[in-house]
Design a protein around this ligand. Sequence first.
Ligand code: FCB
Length: 415
Amino acid sequence: MGTELKFPASFFWGTATSPTQVEGHVVNEWTDYVASDGGHCRLACNHYHLYQQDIELMAGLGVNAYRMGIEWSRLQSGPFAELNQKELDRYVHLLDCLKAAGITPMVVLHHFSNPPWITASEGWLNPATIPAFVDYTAKIVAALKDRVYIWNTFNEPDTYASLTYLLGGFPPFHKWRYGAFRRVIKHMAEAHVRASEAIRRQCAGARTPEIGVAKNWTYFGAFQRFAFWDHALAEISHHAFNRFVLDQFTGGKRRNASTFLGLNYYGRARLKHFQALVPTNGVSGEKLKELGLVCDDMFERHPAGFGRLLKKLQRQCALPIYITEHGSASTDEDFRIRDLTGHLHELHTAMNDGVDVRGFFYWSLLDNFEWQFGYTKKFGLFSVDFNDEQLTRRTTRVGKFYQQICTAARVPSSR
Ligand code: FCB
């Protein structure tokens, strides 16, 4: 036991969701998708209709920030189209409810989904998607600039481009198209720069905007010390998914397009004879335990790497950082509480050592539609009963624990 960890009063304690995962009633490339558990996103948590109730839950948690997406497919029916007024009004009302609850929004413009007309014209492989996205950005910013000042252009371009074109997990399910992966990243990075210009233009006279991309960071390593082939693959993966992507978005002059860097951090993937030792790769819990790996239902946890990474990113990018996502999926709530505490300790130490971190957004507010895995991964601060028509939300112990942190801006010392 040590002393409690105190965070700055201005720090954002938030939570996060994405439209396809919680809203329901979306028409995008995920609508017809059936996940490995047979689930689909057509209703999800019905946040589309239940957002007022969900904002009350957030207010009860004591969060002062919320990272939410706005679903492009709801707002534009074609390239350069006017925004759909009804859908816009709904988001405006949601933002007004947040404001009334004292919760600052960070808005994500792209989170793994596209309007059908973008998908039909080759998605992010097509350079014409860039001006279409910039036009959408300009219009949504013009409409919401009095209510939103923190804009997160892209969520995890690395995850998106690799699962769509390298690993076949996301629509359109292509595999091993490395050229396509790079092309998507390049187009998104270009779109980020141009969207940033558009945001700044639209916000002239309004509150100075904050703009950034959310980079997922996975550590790659070899499980066995002398397995040089695994070391080589880990190095290649690190280069493709971390270094190349970060460089495209924030390297050289491009750094000026962002005022912050978003970091999504879940942990690491270690390789054994080319196999990634993580639950998401189908490796059983028993086997991982036998090998001595500490995992949630998705990844190997690596809190020590979190602190190291924060220092490295500060040195490399010299931008303020938001932890745009961190959380764990497990039905073992003690595990989740320990995981959160461990990561917040690392965060606190890094901040004491001078890393400029402005906020932490827990993934996720609710149990939700976890892409390929459907409803099997329990990330919520609130659980959702998907068998019940009302989709009843219930507080979890992790939620109560996070509530203590948010209301006191302190983290208990015991791990
Ligand atoms: C991140 C995604 C988010 C969710 C969490 C678990 O990679 O941004 O949508 O799937 O992982």
